[in-house]
Design a protein around this ligand. Sequence first.
Ligand code: COA
Length: 139
Amino acid sequence: MKIQPVIKENALIPRVFNALREEFGISQVNEADVKVALDNDLYDVVAFDDYQPVGMARLVGDGKLAFYIKDVYVLRSYQGKGIGGLLIKRLIDYYDLNHGETSYLGLMSTCGSETFYEHLGFEKRPNQRLGSGMILIEK
Ligand SMILES: CC(C)(COP(=O)(O)OP(=O)(O)OC[C@H]1O[C@@H](n2cnc3c(N)ncnc32)[C@H](O)[C@@H]1OP(=O)(O)O)[C@@H](O)C(=O)NCCC(=O)NCCS
């Protein structure tokens, strides 16, 4: 069943960032680094159910031409209720209001989440027009 969470804009803080990642076994990031990252993102959204943070998503980029979605997490017990879609739609609204003439909104999907993003209008790459996404991860 869908629920209507309260969505707060630019309310993400390091403690919540790490708490929402923890459930997925993603490494915790020291709070000083997270603070710098959050201070420098373009926009973020946090979903609350009864004051409890249950999901987040953020947007990074140059604010005009290149925008990337990052750190999309919804707590397992809240998945499938429309929250992830709601969060991404808020990021798309921000993008629509702020992007320039030849801009794009990109993301790197986790394995298995591609369909989630396709439902929201994103296309998978590589395809006939676009090459692969590439990544260099600090080891
Ligand atoms: C991916 C994630 C954010 C989706 O959040 P959610 O709140 O469960 O998504 P929603 O309930 O808004 O689902 C929206 C639609 O996508 C579909 N969907 C959701 N997750 C899906 C998945 N993993 N695979 C295929 N379809 C999916 C839903 O069925 C729904 O379809 P509908 O609109 O036809 O009903 C959530 O599963 C999650 O946090 N996963 C773990 C972290 C992760 O991998 N994040 C992605 C980082 S790129």
